[in-house]
Ligand binder design. Structure first.
Ligand code: G1P
Length: 251
């Protein structure tokens, strides 16, 4: 399995913080934001990583991350998104990197407390399709929202006015190699972007989307409120913690 971190976009919701830099380079407590999604992948045992960036500050990612020494990596791959075509368009740029392997995609502004290696292992046993991670929230209208019945996701709605559940689709997605065929078939949404929610709904239509509910806290960091929350959560409890059992094995 390979990892993809999506770190493009203009970060307009954080202007003027993002006027002269990329959102994912802003600090979250003691590290730049993009460190957290990369660490999420590394902690899950995924070491072949592509960072998709864009905008005017793409070179700063190379200066900051280099070959990934801060994460114990020997190499990081980079690619560049021209313009503002949305999350699914950015992911489409990972097609050659993925080379028909399955991928774990993490949005560059998503920060989690725990380790997703269980979900990754479960997905590898699934053999095909996709897996999303859900988290119960009180402000579901800000996110993709999953309508679930038992073990099944019936549909995902992007930022619905009247959410059908409190389960937000967090920005960590596991996909088989058919994800790129699905992206090629997408049409831009009302806001002119290729939506990751449409990719996930395409897997639902095929009956090939599973879900798990994430343990530990999760936050995005793309608005002033959520960026402040991310800073506080990381400062108070730490992010990307390895699970105790894993730590014991390592010791
Ligand atoms: C994106 C996705 C949304 C998801 C969210 C998680 O929204 O479109 O489905 O719930 O990330 O952070 P954005 O915040 O980029 O608008």
């Amino acid at each position: 399995m390979k990892g993809v971190v999506l770190a493009g976009g203009t970060g307009s919701r954080l202007s003027p913080l993002t006027r002269v830099t990329n959102k994912h380079l802003l600090p979250v407590y003691d590290k730049p934001m993009v460190y957290y999604p990369i660490q999420t992948l590394v902690n899950a045992g995924i070491h072949e990583i592509l960072v998709v960036t864009g905008g005017k500050n793409a070179g700063d990612f190379l200066r900051l991350l280099g070959n990934g020494r801060d994460f114990g990596l020997k190499h990081i791959n980079y690619t560049y998104q021209e313009g503002e075509g949305g999350i699914a368009e950015a992911l489409g740029l990972a097609e050659y990197f993925a080379a028909r392997d399955s991928i774990c995609v993490v949005l560059g502004d998503n920060i989690i407390e725990s380790n997703i290696h269980h979900a990754v292992e479960n997905f590898q046993r699934q053999k095909e399709g996709a897996k999303i991670l859900l988290k119960e929230v009180s402000d579901a209208h800000r996110f993709g929202v999953a309508e679930i019945r038992g073990e099944r996701v019936l549909k995902i709605e992007e930022k619905p006015k009247n959410p059908k559940s409190n389960y937000a689709v967090i920005g960590i997605y596991l996909y088989d190699c058919t994800v790129f065929d699905k992206i090629h078939r997408l049409k831009p949404s009302g806001r002119g972007e290729l939506e990751i929610t449409d990719v996930n709904n395409a897997y639902i239509e095929q009956g090939k989307l599973t879900y798990e509910v994430l343990r530990g806290w999760w936050t995005d960091a793309g608005t002033f409120e959520s960026l402040l929350r991310a800073n506080n959560l990381v400062a108070e409890t730490g992010a990307n913690k390895m699970e105790i059992a894993r730590q014991q094995v390592a010791l």
